[in-house]
Write a protein that binds this ligand. Sequence first.
Ligand code: SF4
Length: 289
Amino acid sequence: MICAESVATICAPAKRAEVAAGRARMARELLADCRLCAHDCGVNRLAGETGLCHAGAEARFFSAQIEVSDELELIPSFAVALSGCDMRCDFCITGASSWNARAGAGFSAVEMAAQAQAALRAGAKTIMVLGGEPTIHLPAALELVAQLPATAKLIWKTNAHGAASARELLEGMFDVWLADFKFGNDECAQRLARTPDYVGVVQENLLWAEAHGELIVRHLLMPGHVDCCWRPVAHWLAENLPGVKVNLRSGFWPAWHAARHRELAGTVPAAESARAFELAQELGLNLSS
Ligand code: SF4
Protein backbone atom coordinates (compact mmCIF):
# COMPACT_ATOMS: atom_id res chain seq x y z
CA MET A 1 0.00 0.00 0.00
CA ILE A 2 1.46 3.31 -1.05
CA CYS A 3 0.06 5.52 1.71
CA ALA A 4 0.07 4.46 5.31
CA GLU A 5 -1.89 7.66 5.99
CA SER A 6 -4.54 6.84 3.41
CA VAL A 7 -7.97 8.08 4.41
CA ALA A 8 -11.41 7.14 3.15
CA THR A 9 -12.72 10.69 2.90
CA ILE A 10 -11.33 14.21 2.98
CA CYS A 11 -8.58 14.43 5.60
CA ALA A 12 -9.45 16.18 8.82
CA PRO A 13 -8.27 19.71 8.02
CA ALA A 14 -5.70 19.85 10.79
CA LYS A 15 -4.14 16.64 9.52
CA ARG A 16 -4.21 17.46 5.83
CA ALA A 17 -1.06 19.55 5.73
CA GLU A 18 0.93 16.91 7.58
CA VAL A 19 -0.27 14.09 5.32
CA ALA A 20 0.31 16.21 2.22
CA ALA A 21 3.93 16.79 3.15
CA GLY A 22 4.56 13.05 3.37
CA ARG A 23 2.74 12.35 0.13
CA ALA A 24 4.64 15.10 -1.68
CA ARG A 25 7.82 13.22 -0.88
CA MET A 26 6.28 9.99 -2.18
CA ALA A 27 5.12 11.73 -5.35
CA ARG A 28 8.59 13.08 -5.96
CA GLU A 29 10.02 9.57 -5.69
CA LEU A 30 7.51 8.42 -8.32
CA LEU A 31 9.10 10.82 -10.83
CA ALA A 32 12.00 8.36 -11.10
CA ASP A 33 9.67 6.08 -13.06
CA CYS A 34 6.93 8.48 -14.03
CA ARG A 35 3.53 6.90 -14.51
CA LEU A 36 1.49 9.69 -12.92
CA CYS A 37 -0.90 9.85 -15.85
CA ALA A 38 -2.41 7.24 -18.12
CA HIS A 39 0.30 7.73 -20.75
CA ASP A 40 2.37 5.54 -18.42
CA CYS A 41 5.71 6.74 -19.87
CA GLY A 42 8.02 5.18 -17.28
CA VAL A 43 10.70 7.86 -17.74
CA ASN A 44 13.05 9.09 -15.01
CA ARG A 45 12.15 12.76 -14.67
CA LEU A 46 14.54 13.12 -11.74
CA ALA A 47 17.38 12.28 -14.13
CA GLY A 48 16.26 14.74 -16.80
CA GLU A 49 14.26 12.36 -18.98
CA THR A 50 10.92 13.60 -20.24
CA GLY A 51 7.76 11.84 -21.32
CA LEU A 52 4.85 12.95 -23.46
CA CYS A 53 4.11 15.95 -21.22
CA HIS A 54 7.75 17.17 -21.58
CA ALA A 55 7.71 18.18 -17.89
CA GLY A 56 10.87 18.05 -15.81
CA ALA A 57 11.12 17.37 -12.11
CA GLU A 58 10.42 20.96 -11.04
CA ALA A 59 7.07 22.62 -11.65
CA ARG A 60 6.55 26.01 -13.23
CA PHE A 61 3.39 28.13 -13.26
CA PHE A 62 1.98 30.58 -15.79
CA SER A 63 -0.80 32.20 -13.79
CA ALA A 64 -1.70 32.75 -10.14
CA GLN A 65 -4.58 35.13 -9.54
CA ILE A 66 -8.10 35.49 -8.24
CA GLU A 67 -10.56 34.31 -10.89
CA VAL A 68 -14.32 34.63 -11.13
CA SER A 69 -15.18 32.65 -14.27
CA ASP A 70 -15.58 29.20 -12.72
CA GLU A 71 -18.62 27.59 -11.08
CA LEU A 72 -20.59 30.07 -8.97
CA GLU A 73 -20.20 27.98 -5.81
CA LEU A 74 -16.39 28.08 -6.16
CA ILE A 75 -15.71 31.73 -6.93
CA PRO A 76 -13.93 33.97 -6.28
CA SER A 77 -11.10 31.45 -6.40
CA PHE A 78 -7.35 31.91 -6.15
CA ALA A 79 -6.30 29.82 -9.15
CA VAL A 80 -2.78 28.50 -9.63
CA ALA A 81 -2.09 27.30 -13.19
CA LEU A 82 0.89 24.96 -13.49
CA SER A 83 2.66 24.85 -16.85
CA GLY A 84 2.44 21.82 -19.11
CA CYS A 85 -0.11 19.12 -19.82
CA ASP A 86 -0.22 15.46 -20.77
CA MET A 87 -2.95 16.05 -23.37
CA ARG A 88 -2.69 17.98 -26.63
CA CYS A 89 -6.12 19.49 -27.18
CA ASP A 90 -5.85 21.54 -30.35
CA PHE A 91 -8.59 23.87 -29.10
CA CYS A 92 -6.93 24.61 -25.74
CA ILE A 93 -7.75 28.14 -24.64
CA THR A 94 -4.33 28.41 -22.90
CA GLY A 95 -2.44 26.27 -25.39
CA ALA A 96 0.82 28.21 -25.47
CA SER A 97 1.37 27.73 -21.75
CA SER A 98 -0.56 24.53 -21.25
CA TRP A 99 1.46 22.67 -23.85
CA ASN A 100 4.76 24.09 -22.66
CA ALA A 101 6.03 22.78 -19.33
CA ARG A 102 8.83 25.39 -19.51
CA ALA A 103 6.41 28.33 -19.70
CA GLY A 104 6.07 30.83 -16.89
CA ALA A 105 8.09 31.03 -13.70
CA GLY A 106 9.58 28.56 -11.26
CA PHE A 107 7.15 27.33 -8.62
CA SER A 108 7.75 27.71 -4.90
CA ALA A 109 5.12 26.14 -2.67
CA VAL A 110 5.99 28.46 0.22
CA GLU A 111 5.73 31.61 -1.89
CA MET A 112 2.55 30.43 -3.60
CA ALA A 113 0.94 29.59 -0.27
CA ALA A 114 1.69 33.13 0.92
CA GLN A 115 -0.05 34.52 -2.18
CA ALA A 116 -2.97 32.17 -1.65
CA GLN A 117 -3.39 33.23 1.95
CA ALA A 118 -3.33 36.89 0.91
CA ALA A 119 -6.07 36.09 -1.62
CA LEU A 120 -8.14 34.39 1.08
CA ARG A 121 -7.79 37.45 3.29
CA ALA A 122 -8.91 39.57 0.32
CA GLY A 123 -12.10 37.53 -0.06
CA ALA A 124 -11.30 34.47 -2.18
CA LYS A 125 -13.52 31.52 -1.17
CA THR A 126 -11.41 28.72 -2.58
CA ILE A 127 -7.94 27.81 -3.81
CA MET A 128 -7.82 26.01 -7.14
CA VAL A 129 -4.88 24.07 -8.53
CA LEU A 130 -5.02 23.58 -12.29
CA GLY A 131 -2.86 23.57 -15.40
CA GLY A 132 -2.19 22.71 -18.07
CA GLU A 133 -2.73 19.62 -16.00
CA PRO A 134 -1.73 19.59 -12.33
CA THR A 135 -1.38 15.79 -12.15
CA ILE A 136 1.92 15.94 -14.03
CA HIS A 137 3.21 18.17 -11.20
CA LEU A 138 1.79 16.16 -8.32
CA PRO A 139 4.81 16.70 -6.01
CA ALA A 140 4.52 20.49 -6.29
CA ALA A 141 0.74 20.43 -5.87
CA LEU A 142 1.02 18.39 -2.68
CA GLU A 143 3.83 20.60 -1.41
CA LEU A 144 1.42 23.52 -1.83
CA VAL A 145 -1.34 21.71 0.08
CA ALA A 146 1.16 21.12 2.88
CA GLN A 147 1.61 24.88 3.21
CA LEU A 148 -2.05 25.90 3.13
CA PRO A 149 -4.27 26.72 6.11
CA ALA A 150 -6.40 23.93 7.50
CA THR A 151 -9.66 25.72 6.73
CA ALA A 152 -8.97 26.51 3.07
CA LYS A 153 -11.37 24.91 0.57
CA LEU A 154 -9.22 23.30 -2.11
CA ILE A 155 -10.22 22.54 -5.69
CA TRP A 156 -8.41 20.06 -7.97
CA LYS A 157 -9.14 21.04 -11.57
CA THR A 158 -8.10 18.16 -13.77
CA ASN A 159 -8.44 16.54 -17.18
CA ALA A 160 -9.21 13.28 -15.33
CA HIS A 161 -6.47 11.47 -17.21
CA GLY A 162 -4.40 10.62 -14.15
CA ALA A 163 -3.24 7.17 -13.12
CA ALA A 164 -4.23 5.19 -10.03
CA SER A 165 -0.89 5.99 -8.39
CA ALA A 166 -1.68 9.71 -8.59
CA ARG A 167 -5.20 9.21 -7.28
CA GLU A 168 -3.93 7.35 -4.22
CA LEU A 169 -1.75 10.31 -3.29
CA LEU A 170 -4.58 12.77 -3.91
CA GLU A 171 -7.08 10.98 -1.70
CA GLY A 172 -8.35 13.34 0.98
CA MET A 173 -6.22 16.26 -0.16
CA PHE A 174 -8.75 18.32 -2.14
CA ASP A 175 -12.35 19.13 -1.23
CA VAL A 176 -13.68 19.26 -4.78
CA TRP A 177 -12.60 17.56 -8.00
CA LEU A 178 -13.51 19.76 -10.96
CA ALA A 179 -12.99 17.30 -13.77
CA ASP A 180 -13.32 17.47 -17.55
CA PHE A 181 -15.08 14.83 -19.62
CA LYS A 182 -14.19 16.30 -23.00
CA PHE A 183 -14.80 13.53 -25.54
CA GLY A 184 -17.48 10.89 -25.80
CA ASN A 185 -15.40 8.49 -27.90
CA ASP A 186 -11.77 7.54 -28.34
CA GLU A 187 -11.59 8.58 -31.99
CA CYS A 188 -12.37 12.24 -31.28
CA ALA A 189 -9.92 12.19 -28.35
CA GLN A 190 -7.16 10.82 -30.53
CA ARG A 191 -7.84 13.18 -33.43
CA LEU A 192 -8.33 16.39 -31.42
CA ALA A 193 -6.10 15.76 -28.37
CA ARG A 194 -3.71 12.98 -29.40
CA THR A 195 -4.85 10.96 -26.41
CA PRO A 196 -5.49 7.23 -26.90
CA ASP A 197 -7.89 5.11 -24.83
CA TYR A 198 -9.40 8.29 -23.41
CA VAL A 199 -12.94 7.38 -22.44
CA GLY A 200 -12.18 4.45 -20.16
CA VAL A 201 -9.48 6.36 -18.31
CA VAL A 202 -11.72 9.34 -17.65
CA GLN A 203 -14.64 7.21 -16.56
CA GLU A 204 -12.41 5.39 -14.07
CA ASN A 205 -11.20 8.69 -12.63
CA LEU A 206 -14.68 10.17 -12.37
CA LEU A 207 -16.07 7.13 -10.57
CA TRP A 208 -13.14 7.27 -8.15
CA ALA A 209 -13.52 11.00 -7.55
CA GLU A 210 -17.23 10.73 -6.83
CA ALA A 211 -16.56 7.95 -4.35
CA HIS A 212 -13.86 9.92 -2.54
CA GLY A 213 -15.26 13.45 -2.27
CA GLU A 214 -17.24 16.08 -4.12
CA LEU A 215 -17.18 15.97 -7.91
CA ILE A 216 -18.21 18.49 -10.55
CA VAL A 217 -17.97 17.28 -14.16
CA ARG A 218 -17.38 19.74 -16.96
CA HIS A 219 -18.10 19.22 -20.63
CA LEU A 220 -17.21 21.88 -23.16
CA LEU A 221 -19.59 21.67 -26.08
CA MET A 222 -17.71 21.75 -29.37
CA PRO A 223 -19.30 22.61 -32.71
CA GLY A 224 -20.30 19.46 -34.54
CA HIS A 225 -19.70 17.23 -31.50
CA VAL A 226 -23.11 17.03 -29.86
CA ASP A 227 -23.89 13.54 -31.11
CA CYS A 228 -20.42 11.99 -31.07
CA CYS A 229 -19.20 13.53 -27.80
CA TRP A 230 -21.87 15.14 -25.64
CA ARG A 231 -24.55 12.50 -26.18
CA PRO A 232 -22.45 9.52 -24.97
CA VAL A 233 -20.99 11.59 -22.13
CA ALA A 234 -24.46 12.66 -21.00
CA HIS A 235 -25.85 9.12 -21.15
CA TRP A 236 -22.89 7.72 -19.21
CA LEU A 237 -23.21 10.37 -16.52
CA ALA A 238 -26.95 9.76 -16.19
CA GLU A 239 -26.44 6.02 -15.86
CA ASN A 240 -23.29 5.90 -13.74
CA LEU A 241 -23.13 9.13 -11.75
CA PRO A 242 -26.79 10.14 -11.29
CA GLY A 243 -27.12 13.43 -9.45
CA VAL A 244 -23.50 14.47 -9.95
CA LYS A 245 -23.11 18.17 -10.72
CA VAL A 246 -22.55 18.74 -14.43
CA ASN A 247 -21.42 21.99 -15.97
CA LEU A 248 -22.28 21.96 -19.67
CA ARG A 249 -20.31 24.82 -21.15
CA SER A 250 -21.33 26.29 -24.47
CA GLY A 251 -18.73 29.05 -24.77
CA PHE A 252 -16.39 27.26 -27.18
CA TRP A 253 -13.93 29.58 -28.88
CA PRO A 254 -11.71 28.39 -31.76
CA ALA A 255 -8.45 29.02 -29.92
CA TRP A 256 -4.87 27.77 -30.39
CA HIS A 257 -4.74 25.12 -33.16
CA ALA A 258 -8.50 24.66 -33.55
CA ALA A 259 -8.22 25.70 -37.20
CA ARG A 260 -6.53 22.36 -37.90
CA HIS A 261 -10.03 20.88 -37.74
CA ARG A 262 -12.68 22.17 -40.10
CA GLU A 263 -15.59 21.67 -37.69
CA LEU A 264 -13.84 23.69 -34.94
CA ALA A 265 -13.52 26.87 -36.99
CA GLY A 266 -16.32 28.72 -35.21
CA THR A 267 -18.44 28.84 -32.09
CA VAL A 268 -21.25 26.42 -31.23
CA PRO A 269 -24.39 27.14 -33.29
CA ALA A 270 -27.36 28.14 -31.13
CA ALA A 271 -29.43 25.19 -32.38
CA GLU A 272 -26.71 22.71 -31.35
CA SER A 273 -26.41 24.30 -27.96
CA ALA A 274 -30.17 24.15 -27.45
CA ARG A 275 -30.21 20.47 -28.48
CA ALA A 276 -27.43 19.70 -26.02
CA PHE A 277 -29.24 21.31 -23.11
CA GLU A 278 -32.50 19.58 -24.08
CA LEU A 279 -30.70 16.24 -23.91
CA ALA A 280 -29.36 17.11 -20.45
CA GLN A 281 -32.87 17.86 -19.27
CA GLU A 282 -34.32 14.70 -20.83
CA LEU A 283 -31.73 12.63 -18.99
CA GLY A 284 -32.31 14.46 -15.70
CA LEU A 285 -28.72 15.66 -15.37
CA ASN A 286 -27.99 17.93 -12.43
CA LEU A 287 -26.81 20.95 -14.38
CA SER A 288 -24.84 23.57 -12.49
CA SER A 289 -23.32 26.85 -13.58
S1 SF4 B 1 3.10 12.79 -16.22
FE1 SF4 B 1 2.26 11.39 -17.78
S2 SF4 B 1 2.97 12.22 -19.74
FE2 SF4 B 1 4.27 13.15 -18.13
S3 SF4 B 1 6.06 11.76 -18.02
FE3 SF4 B 1 4.58 11.09 -16.44
S4 SF4 B 1 3.36 9.46 -17.42
FE4 SF4 B 1 4.42 10.62 -19.06
